[in-house]
Each structure stands twice: as C-alpha cells, then as structure tokens.
Design a binder for this molecule. Structure first.
Ligand code: UDP
Ligand code: MG
Length: 320
C-alpha cells in the first residue's frame, strides 16, 4: 500500500564527487524498502571538482534525483536554505553528502514523524572520533557560548541531519534573515521536536571542507547572527570597567593629597593598555553587528541558483 507521502531528501554538496553515487544508491535502496515517495535533491554549493556532473549523471539515471546548482560557494547553511525552498515533500530530510550521517536512521526519523513529531533532529554521540582534536574543542566551546548567549538550547554536536515537517519548512522559508544558522533557527521555531544521538561514520571519500579559520569565522558569525546578547555582554564589561575607574579615583585623590603620588608609572601604562584593549574589543563587537545590519539592509538574496532540473527554468524560481 502506498501512503503517497512525499519525502524530500536535501543534500548540500561541496566537492563531494566521490560520494554522490554512493549516497544516491543508499537512499534509493532505503526508500525501496519503505512505503514513501521521495525526491532526492542535491544542492551543489560551488564545487570545484566533478560533483555537479556526478549529480547530473545520477539525475539522468534515476527519475527522482534532482540537482540545484548554486552560482558559487555560499556555505552549507545557504545550500540547505536553497534546497528547502525547492523541496515539495510532506517532510524534508537534510543529510550530509559524505556518508557521515548513516542513511538507515531515516527510518527512525520517519517513525518519530508518524508519531506526530514535527522536527526530528540528531546529535553526535559522545566525542566525534573522526574529528580532529581542535575541532572537538572548538565545537564544545561553540555550543557552550551559543547556549549561554541565546534562549535556545543546542545539544553538543547537534547535526544538520534531521527531518522537518512541511509546516515547519513553511515557517523556515518565511524567515526573512539574510544570515542564517540552521541548527539554531530550526530549534528557535519551536513545534514538537525530538532528538536522538547517532554515531557518525567515517567520511566516505574526500576531506571536510571546514578549515580551522573557516570554523572560527563560522562560529563567531553564527553566534552573532543568532543573538544580540554579545552586545549586552560588551556593554556590561564596559560599564564594569567604568565603575572600577570611578572607585579608583578616591584612591588617586588621597594619594595625591597625602603627597606620595608619582611611583606607579608601570601600573598606569598597564591599565591604559588594558583599557585600550577592552575598548577595541567592545568596538569590534559593535562593529560586527553594524556590519550585519549593513549586509541585511542591502537585501541581497542569501544564495543564487545557476541551474536546476527541478522546475522548468531558473526564471521561475522565486528564491528569497
Ligand atoms: N558543504 C557545503 N558547502 C560548504 C561546505 C560543506 O555544502 O561550503 C557540505 C559538504 O559537502 C557536506 C556537508 O556540508 O555534505 C558537511 O560538510 P563537511 O563534511 O565538510 O563538514 P563536517 O563533517 O566536518 O561537519
Ligand atoms: Mg562531514
């Protein structure tokens, strides 16, 4: 019996030429064993290797495989956003192209979905054995900071491997933010959510696209895009130091009146440098936010599609 529910599987892919066919075959095999229709949408995020051709090859071989080619590398979150904008399913499943997200867990997600959950997300079980040391540390720190600074709680190692019901997808599409952080925003919209841990597999082929500095930029950018609280923290730190300076003033005055001033050049220089540093820090926090307002105010689309076989032509695409 066909349930005739359509599941969209959305895969962001950046330089994944060796993994496209592997994942496609796994997905096809999986869906042949369950009663759902599906569409498999690969979003090529400006790959420099043969990824796009691999996707197109699979799209020719299998009728429900589609490609969306972005005009350049926009980053995973934007590739996901593009995929979500075009997915037609009653539920959308996002999964990495590199086989680190075990495809067989899709069954478990669908079961939760049938039980009435709107979002079924996953997080990496304990430490990610396949991540480098610095990645583990920075990832821990990232979630600590983002959880402290915002109103939502993200599990350590929460992944972009999840099922999202169509009504939640609709809400996500309507968010008018030019900078997005999917893991945060999906939690933020609410609805009935449930998460379960998974053990990541090893990358099938190729290398992770994120270098240390790309990760750092990603972390800072996402924390700031997601919460205005760093501004308050910055203001708090500034106020704290101003208060200290005021408390210090009577001491200076008394020392002066008592006539034992002068020595202490070093401490003066030290505090000037420290305060100078603090000011630069606070200014840069504010600067980053101003920059973000600038980016948003230009109202550029958050991604651009070069080509796709999903609908007639890209002129028809009404991307945000
Ligand atoms: N990815 C992407 N655009 C990018 C970087 C990565 O679409 O700029 C995709 C990549 O092809 C993969 C997923 O995002 O499907 C996760 O990337 P990766 O494996 O490099 O990261 P990690 O496993 O370390 O999270
Ligand atoms: Mg990976």
């Amino acid at each position: 019996m066909r349930t005739s529910k359509l599941i969209s599987v959305v895969v962001p892919a950046h330089n994944e030429e060796g993994n496209i066919s592997e994942l496609t075959n796994h997905i096809i095999e999986l869906f042949s064993s369950i009663d759902y229709d599906y569409e498999l949408i690969f979003v090529d995020d400006g790959s420099e290797d043969n990824t796009l051709n691999e996707i197109k090859l699979n799209a020719r071989l299998h009728s429900n495989v589609y490609f969306v080619e972005l005009s350049r590398n926009f980053g995973k979150d934007y590739a996901l956003k593009a995929g979500l904008a075009l997915a037609k399913g009653n539920a959308v499943i996002t999964i990495d192209a590199d086989m680190q997200h075990p495809p067989q867990l899709i069954k478990k997600m669908l079961n939760y979905w049938e039980d009435g959950f709107d979002v079924v997300y996953t997080y990496r079980e304990t430490a990610n054995r396949h991540a480098r040391f610095y990645q583990r540390i920075t990832s821990k720190l990232f979630y600590k900071v983002i959880n402290t600074l915002s109103d939502i709680k993200l599990e350590n190692g929460i992944a972009d491997y999840r099922l999202i019901d169509a009504k939640v997808v609709k809400q996500l599409r309507e968010l008018d933010e030019s900078e997005i952080f999917f893991r945060g925003i999906v939690k933020w919209v609410g609805f009935k959510q449930i998460g379960f841990p998974y053990t990541p597999s090893k990358r099938h082929t190729g290398n992770a696209s994120y270098s240390f500095f790309k990760l750092l930029k990603f972390a800072i950018g996402n924390i700031m895009a997601f919460s205005a609280r760093p501004l308050y923290v910055a203001a708090g730190i500034g106020l704290g130091f101003a208060a200290l300076a005021i408390l210090y003033f009577p001491y200076i005055l008394i020392s002066y009146l008592a006539g034992y001033a002068v020595p202490g050049w070093a401490s003066i220089i030290a505090s000037i440098e420290f305060l100078g540093g603090m000011q630069l820090f606070l200014l840069s926090v504010i600067g980053i936010y101003v920059g973000k307002i600038f980016v948003q105010s230009k109202n550029r689309p958050s991604y651009i599609i070069r080509s796709t076989n999903l609908i007639g032509s890209h002129e028809e695409l009404n991307y945000p």
